[in-house]
Design a binder for this molecule. Sequence first.
Ligand SMILES: Cc1cc2nc3c(=O)[nH]c(=O)nc-3n(C[C@H](O)[C@H](O)[C@H](O)COP(=O)(O)OP(=O)(O)OC[C@H]3O[C@@H](n4cnc5c(N)ncnc54)[C@H](O)[C@@H]3O)c2cc1C
Length: 389
Amino acid sequence: MNGTVIICGAGPVGLVTALCLGRAGVSVCVLEKRETINVASRASTFHPPTLDILDRLGLLEPVRGRARVVRGAQYRTVAGPFARFAFDTLADLTAHPYRMHVEQAEIARAALEALERLPHVRLLFGADVLSVESAGGSAAVRFRHDGREQDRTADFVLVANGAGSALREGLGIGFDGRAYPGEVLRVITRASMAEYIPGLDGVTYLFDGNRSISLLEMHDCWRVILRPADAALAETRRDRAWVEAVLRDVLPPGIDMPPVDGWDLYRASRRLAERYAVGRVVLIGDVAHVTNTRGGMNMNCGIHDGCVVANAIVRALASGDAAPVPAAAERRHRVGATLLAERTDRSVGDLSRWAARVRAIADDPWEARAFLIETSMLDMIDREDIDAL
Ligand SMILES: Cc1cc2nc3c(=O)[nH]c(=O)nc-3n(C[C@H](O)[C@H](O)[C@H](O)COP(=O)(O)OP(=O)(O)OC[C@H]3O[C@@H](n4cnc5c(N)ncnc54)[C@H](O)[C@@H]3O)c2cc1C
């Protein structure tokens, strides 16, 4: 197919989108300012529609050995589960009725390897994009590579360079929102949390009054994610003893302390770009939206953005009519504005009310199915966009 696309940023969203386009025969150039892809530990939850996309792109098989398939979600107190949801009830809607827990870097690495096999895809590392613009029937980027500034044009430019993007600012697109209060602590333990708290499912939310922790099973460890109390955050010493004390405070009393094999603290924000497209330049992924990490939706949503926009670009290049592209950007903006942040926010705030609501939902099979569809993001992307890949 004739047609060129430049993608700014080789994060998971940029790379998966490059593969959607490259497999359709579009000539793609990915510009990444780092010297290699980012392998830092970040997202781990991949929801069913994202798995459908990744499978179509051939990205699931390479990572299966380093992934954990999670078939059920559990909500519980110290006394035991009060709600359980089985993902296999979604089998009529997805080829992957489960969550997969795997490091986002594994998917990025698999995408990179697949892209390297496509002769019409170019990956340029150490290429810092300085500006992007839409001009008439094409779009242009200026980037610095090997100490030299260069210009390149394409039919479309996709900006996928993450939340802190100066390119978005350069396009004059606002990114309004707010930071969530406090910080999030993510603890890694190589021990099996199911040996400490028997009966856990691979994703478990443990409620204790108005506090909650998330327990996620990875293939070689567990992640325990929590919001430390204000008093703990007021302490300036953030060493292992601090992490252990914070963890002790949220784990059920009387259980042994699991080993702490790693941790990180991060802040989360909720922000949305005021629009996703300027002419032939489109924002996808974190540059367009960020939200609470609870529920693990932001990167999944970014991959959906990329897939939908890539399909629209393929249609536009085939027909010579660019109109599907801004329409796709507008559809994705609606998802970000009406579904994404609101959905990840409902499980923060008044947690005892939320726990009571989940308990009621689990008791009603119709509501439980609707809840699973929403938490699995199956209503956030149209089936045709997945099937078109
Ligand atoms: C602890 C943690 C846990 C998370 N868990 C989940 C989860 O379970 N599920 C989920 O869906 N999401 C989760 N997220 C969010 C997820 O990590 C992000 O949504 C995801 O990384 C976004 O991907 P991206 O490709 O849009 O952006 P990024 O991953 O930020 O990648 C952007 C890329 O662009 C490059 N770049 C930047 N500027 C330039 C430039 N000027 N020129 C060229 N390249 C540039 C960067 O170097 C980078 O490689 C989590 C986040 C954190 C911090």
